[in-house]
Design a binder for this molecule. Structure first.
Ligand code: F6P
Length: 342
């Protein structure tokens, strides 16, 4: 059996661990051979392939990124995209495909499975917002990177009596903010699931200064103020200290806090640092297990499925379960953290 493999969407520490596990078990336990498609769905669309065997996966377990490359190409947005994919899979003698990706990549896989393509999915995202699985790999690494940053920012915030706003990734869900904020002892955590009240945030900032030290605020990139909330310092405007504020919610929040409280505030945007570098042991372990189970699902012909972590078990769920709706932060989990606010 010849199995194709691709990685799509934002890259994520642990992708190489999945690829390695699939190939190692596929070759040694089942005698399958493999072909890599480069840059997500662009690979099978444009027939951009690479050799993929024991040789290519040697030494990649601790490496971040993906040896297959990645992109956000969506074949359904391209004329005849699906036909091109089917033709190229056939031309390469591919009997099955393993797609490793997040909501977009696995969304495409779900639709292709419905159209008769033999595909198995492996969920990945640092955002941890895919349903059906308790955790995605990459998340633990991102949380550890953010937590280390928060630990470091405490001391500089205290020395200068400043507010430090740490913006972390999470377009739709606040998992990274919640976990790193709790682990790093943040004084306020703001997430997309809970529009924030800027007045309340400033009151918490002031109470923190009055009773303790300088506050650390962790904010997801997707967090928004409550409707009608006055966040009047737009991107690019100068703040009370003459700094030009650019871009995202972290910058805007820091500017608004300065304007309202008179306390100096700085924003730190962690950005793609959270996605780079070597995966944690947990992410290597989870990614490896996903890979081992994915190739077994392929071998058994159990297509249209996605690997998922439930407790300590890896189970197979329908691909659509991972992509139909996002897994957002539950209210009770957020409320647990609120005891530390202010
Ligand atoms: O999907 C994961 C994610 O890390 C999001 O949190 C973030 O908004 C996005 O990717 C950034 O993607 P890009 O690499 O395209 O800037």
């Amino acid at each position: 059996m010849r199995v194709g493999m691709l990685t799509g969407g934002g890259d994520c520490p642990g992708l190489n661990a999945v690829i390695r596990a699939v190939v190692r078990k596929g070759v040694t336990a089942y005698g399958h051979d493999f072909i890599g498609f480069r840059d997500g769905w662009r690979g099978p669309l444009e027939n951009d392939t690479m050799a993929l065997g024991i040789e290519q996966v040697r030494g990649i377990l601790p490496r971040g990124g993906t040896i297959l490359g990645s992109s956000r190409t969506n074949p359904f947005a391209i004329d005849n995209g699906v036909e091109q994919i089917k033709d190229n899979l056939a031309a390469n003698g591919c009997d099955a495909l393993i797609a490793i990706g997040g909501e977009d990549t696995l969304g495409v896989a779900t639709r292709l499975a419905d159209l008769g393509v033999d595909v198995v999915g492996v969920p990945k995202t640092i955002d941890n917002d895919l349903s059906g699985t308790d955790f995605t790999f990459g998340f633990d690494t991102a949380v550890n990177i953010a937590t280390e940053a928060i630990d470091r920012l405490h001391t500089t915030a205290e020395s200068h009596h400043r507010v430090l706003v740490v913006e972390v990734m999470g377009r739709h869900a606040g998992w990274i903010a919640l976990h790193s904020g709790m682990a790093g002892g943040a004084n306020i955590i703001l997430i997309p699931e809970r529009p924030f009240d800027i007045e309340q945030v400033c009151a918490q900032v002031e109470s923190r200064f009055a009773t303790h030290y300088a506050p650390i605020i962790v904010v997801s990139e997707g967090a928004v103020p409550v409707e009608g909330g006055d966040m009047s310092l737009a991107s690019g405007e100068k703040d009370a200290f003459g700094h030009v504020r650019l871009g995202g919610i972290g910058d805007r929040l820091a500017a608004e806090i300065e304007r309202r409280t008179g306390k100096e505030a700085r924003a730190v945007v962690l950005g793609h640092v959270q996605r780079g570098g070597t995966p944690t042991a947990f992410d290597r372990w989870l990614a490896t297990r996903f890979g081992l189970h994915a190739i077994t699902a392929v071998h058994e012909g159990d297509f249209g499925t996605m690997m998922a972590l439930r407790g300590t078990e890896i189970v197979r769920v329908p691909l659509s379960e991972g992509t139909d709706q996002l897994k957002t932060v539950r209210a009770d989990l957020y409320e647990e953290a609120e005891v530390f606010f202010g």
